[in-house]
Design a protein around this ligand. Sequence first.
Ligand SMILES: Cc1cc2nc3c(=O)[nH]c(=O)nc-3n(C[C@H](O)[C@H](O)[C@H](O)COP(=O)(O)O)c2cc1C
Length: 326
Amino acid sequence: MVDHREPLLTADEVGILVSSAATAPSMHNTQPWRFEVSGRTVDVILDEERSLPAEDRAGRMILIGLGAATFNLRVAAAMLGHETTFATYPDPDRPEIVARVFLGGRQSPAPPLGALYGELRRRHTYRGPMLAIDVSARVLSLISSSARAEGADLCWLDRNSSRDLVRILREADELDLHDEDRLIERGRWIGGDRSEDGVPEHALGPLPARPAAFRNLSAGFDDQSRSAGVFEVEPRIAVLCTGEDRGSEWLRAGMALQHALLTATSYGLAASFLNQVLEYVDLRSRVRDLVDRTVRPQMVIRIGYPAMTSGTTPRRPWQQTLADWK
Ligand SMILES: Cc1cc2nc3c(=O)[nH]c(=O)nc-3n(C[C@H](O)[C@H](O)[C@H](O)COP(=O)(O)O)c2cc1C
């Protein structure tokens, strides 16, 4: 219920909410979202035209990105002083509305999630080498708690499991190279100069001089001009897991991912994703064996202190994603 004594959102506030949502990670930076604002509710809408049918056949990755955008909306609303609640799939007649965020009345002090607002534009996917500095158990535990607050778990891999994962990564890389539909899809979104969406070449990072825990998003294309990097020998890897595999859980995974990433950013950490192992049913099942047979792996995340600065990805002007405001 909107409290009519509270003013509705101003144009500046709508701009802050929608542009903040759009800083979320999305697979290949497709930005598969549109937003509708009505009173003090914001609907997050799946944009089917920005789906990845070859690499994301189940539609899991797209919902993880939309979950991350939903979390960002909550962070921006909190910074503006609003407590939020949300519902997933709120309208059975419009299944493309995947989440609805309700903004409550203004509070002072602002709700705690607002403290993460400053991290929204500092977080970037970092595909370069990490420094050989341990991340403290306290910081790892804070990152895990952030994911858990949204209903998903981060399972940290030990040294042996990380090595096993790197072997599975190599198998996925090999499969990726020989799948023409995937290559065509990646060609549409990856590499070159990009001003609104996709992953430009400068954000791809250096190529590892030796095999490493890495995903070369431009594998199969000409990458002669990429520099080489010396990657960490013992990567710190976590698998983000949920209890079930369905739309609402994938959205939760996205919220958990983003909460964990923003917390990591606030401690000077950076992350990249090794999701090629989850894009093949058999390989995903082997990742599940590495963590726990009772859970569903949703993201594979490499975390550490970045050794370099990284190139960033562009976003569309937020006005293009605001489908309706009344
Ligand atoms: C569900 C999902 C899967 C992703 N998978 C990968 C991946 O396997 N490899 C990778 O390098 N980046 C991956 N990314 C990161 C995106 O490429 C990145 O979020 C996007 O390009 C926007 O850039 P930014 O995160 O720096 O804002 C993934 C992101 C999401 C949300």
